[in-house]
Design a protein around this ligand. Structure first.
Ligand code: KG4
Ligand code: ZN
Length: 335
């Protein structure tokens, strides 16, 4: 089955054509960083307007790149939440209009759960049951995936998401928004043992997370320093901070795998592109005899290929959404 995926839940507009939920024939992503940078975060109204101005071009390019004719598209999958409501609405309404005009079904997809499908776009795919961690700018969720139809939320952040923490710490360090990738680059040159930042809730005996205290710890460290860190000092802070985030995420992911009695784990979402996290989770999974699945870098951050893959699973079973489907800022299941 050939599915067109559309994603517009935050500040990336993306469209992708995926065959049988596995083979990415095309995936086009365009960001809006330069439009939000000066505000230090995503401005919802600007995000919606940018989506509106580019979505047509992005979808047409994805279809063109896939070498599939428009009438070869057999279903349309689109993020219906969670996300910025105005932004989600742009993709959702575009998808409805396109699916209606092509005479094919459309299906609304939970963006956060779709991040787990990104791991299924790789050569070696995770077969349920597995435990999945989705770490992004808006979410830090742990799931028990008994089957792709039975996804249970095990834990989540009680305050900031991990990616949000990267972005806020980046701002403290004088970096542009979004700062995750820049911190990652600095951290690769730094000493992770230089500063002993806290590992919030690592021993909380549940599967929830908290990152706002870690951000405050960095803030206090910088206040004590009394000046902007530069050179190796900056690299060391970036590395020590990244190690603290990675330690907590990996500890909880492994704990969840033990509690659920699964042998396979998945780490997905924008923060799963992080070098420290990828290394740490790989070494700890190996030590614990767990099989690890991590999407390729391009499918960690927001993309429509994962939406198409998730949509394929539903559409293949004959499931689709009603034309009246709404956009949701949060979705109880996995929000
Ligand atoms: O999944 P995503 O693209 O969008 C959301 O659904 O939120 O994740 C974006 C988040 C941002 O907070 C960004 O700073 C973070 O992922 N991020 C990273 C890296 N690349 C992106 N964080 C740490 N290291 C990275 N390499
Ligand atoms: Zn996302």
């Amino acid at each position: 089955m050939i599915v067109l995926g559309i994603e517009s839940s935050c500040d990336d507009t993306s469209a992708a054509v995926v065959k049988d939920g596995r083979r990415v024939l095309s995936c086009v992503v365009t960001g809006q960083d330069s439009f939000h940078e000066k505000f230090g975060g995503v401005v919802p109204e600007i995000a919606s307007r940018r989506h509106i101005s580019v979505i047509d071009r992005i979808v047409l390019k994805a279809v063109f790149d896939s070498r599939v004719r428009m009438n070869g598209i057999e279903g349309v999958a689109v993020t219906c939440g969670p996300g910025l409501i105005g932004a989600v609405l742009v993709g959702l309404n575009y998808a409805k209009g396109l699916a209606y005009s092509l005479g094919v079904p459309f299906v609304g997809i939970n963006h956060v759960e779709a991040h787990l499908y990104a791991a299924r776009l790789e050569e070696n795919t995770p077969t349920p049951p597995f435990v999945g961690l989705v770490v992004s700018g808006g979410h830090t969720n742990l799931y028990h995936v008994e089957s792709m139809d039975k996804i249970q939320l095990l834990g989540r952040t009680v305050d900031d998401a991990a990616g949000e923490c990267f972005d806020k710490v980046g701002k403290l360090l004088g970096l542009d928004y979004p700062a995750g990738r820049q911190i990652d680059i600095l951290a690769a040159k730094g000493n992770a043992k230089a500063v002993d930042f806290p590992r919030p809730m690592i021993r909380s005996n549940d599967l929830n997370f908290s990152f706002s205290g870690l951000k405050t710890a960095v803030k206090n460290y910088l206040a004590d320093l009394g000046r902007a860190p530069v050179g190796d000092e900056l690299n060391d802070i970036a590395a020590s901070f990244s190690a603290a985030v990675a330690d907590v995420l990996v500890a909880k992911l492994l704990d969840a795998a033990g509690r659920c009695g699964v042998k396979r784990i998945v780490a997905a979402g924008g923060v799963a592109a992080n070098g420290f996290l990828r290394k740490r989770v790989a070494s700890e999974a190996a030590k614990s005899g767990l099989e690890l699945f991590v999407p390729g870098l391009e499918f960690c951050t927001d993309n429509a290929a994962m939406i198409a893959a998730a949509g394929n699973a539903a559409l293949e079973k004959g499931e689709s959404s009603p034309w009246a489907l709404n956009a949701y800022a949060s979705l109880t299941k996995g929000a």
